[in-house]
Design a binder for this molecule. Structure first.
Ligand code: P6P
Length: 335
């Protein structure tokens, strides 16, 4: 009944906090905050069909996307939980036009971390009972501790991340994260409300046979992307590959990490920089991908080298098994 032989997330954080390059207790408090919020959001997501929480909240976010009520709720829960932890000095969210400065009750607070989140990615899938996810990215501030947090603290390149991860609310709820020492996956036992280490040291297979892209945009893609998709479909060697696209980045990424595969959200004539946001979707997923022996680029350069210029900027995104991303880049380099 009670699983005592598998390590819980809490035990794992404590066991590994000494390997964390900064003050050990701080990261633990950060991750414990995210763990709590994940359980609360999971509870709401799993009962979404039962109460009147479906459908748009009436507002639209800065992306001009119709905000689902669960988007709003998830955003509030993560922000509230992180505020209460007295460890974070600022939060940026897909659902917030500007960043939120957290002025601690203790005026000479020592809060050193900023968190960027996509509180509920793939939320258009909620009404049709398809998996959705939360994505988070954590940096140390670069402006002096104790001063008000500034935009500079948020516009750091992805290679500066100290931790990143996602929660996937799927057939089971998992929290998958890295602090720069590999990727580990924890599955929630809903009966106990406890996350257990179920997927230690997750890694992308070096190559795979799954490609994930919205082929409905095919005619609008750059020629290099069109050629790569045709390469995936050609009967030759280990091809044709399988096309799998859930419409939820976290779900496609998670499946590809376990089975091998590539996820692409290229630019197109309709979306000149693609759709995915650099700071709270591409950078955290890129950190996870690289820590799992995978790769993440915009088709030409490493995602985590890109110097952000604004909070909600978008970039083309190619991410997954290293050899598949490199093959896609080969096609992109021809044009
Ligand atoms: P499209 C969800 O809105 C999201 O950000 C990703 O999770 C998903 O992969 C993508 O957009 C789906 O976008 O344009 O293919 O429907």
């Amino acid at each position: 009944m009670f699983d005592l032989q598998h390590k819980t997330l809490g035990e794992f954080i404590i066991a590994n906090q000494d390997s964390f390059q900064y003050t050990s207790g701080e990261l633990s408090r950060l991750l414990n905050g995210l763990r709590l919020a994940a359980k609360v959001v999971n509870h709401e997501v799993n009962k979404a069909g039962l109460v009147d929480i479906l459908g748009g909240a009436g507002d639209t976010n800065i992306q001009g996307e119709n905000q689902q009520k669960l988007d709003v709720l998830a955003n509030e829960k993560f922000i509230q939980t992180l505020k209460n932890r007295e460890i974070v000095c600022g939060i940026a969210s897909e659902e917030e036009d500007d960043f939120i400065a957290i002025n601690s009750k203790d005026e000479n607070h020592q809060n050193k971390y900023v968190v960027l989140i996509d509180p509920l990615d793939g939320s258009s899938n909620i009404d049709v009972n398809v998996s959705v996810g939360t994505i988070f990215s954590i940096y140390r501030r670069i402006t002096p501790v104790g001063t008000p947090v500034t935009m500079e603290d948020f516009l750091q390149p992805g290679k500066n991340q100290i931790a990143a991860g996602y929660i996937i609310y799927g057939t089971s709820t998992m929290l998958v994260y890295t602090t720069g020492d590999g990727v580990n996956g924890f599955t929630l036992n809903p009966a106990l409300g406890t996350f257990y280490l179920s997927h230690p040291n997750m890694e992308f297979p070096e190559t795979g046979k799954i490609y994930s892209v919205n082929e409905g945009n095919y005619i609008h893609f750059p020629q290099g992307v069109k050629d790569y998709i045709k390469y995936c479909q050609k009967e030759e060697g280990d091809r044709p590959y399988t096309s799998r696209y859930i419409g939820s980045l976290v779900s496609d990424f998670h499946r590809n990490m376990i089975k091998g595969g590539i996820y692409m959200y290229p630019k197109s004539s309709m979306a000149h920089n693609g759709k995915l946001r650099l700071l709270y979707e591409c950078n955290p997923m890129a950190f996870l991908a690289e820590q799992a022996n995978g790769k993440a680029s915009d088709g030409f350069q490493r995602i985590m080298d890109i110097q952000p210029s604004e909070l909600h900027e978008r970039v083309p995104f190619f991410c997954g098994s290293k050899k598949m991303v490199e093959k896609a880049e080969e096609f992109m380099a021809k044009y």
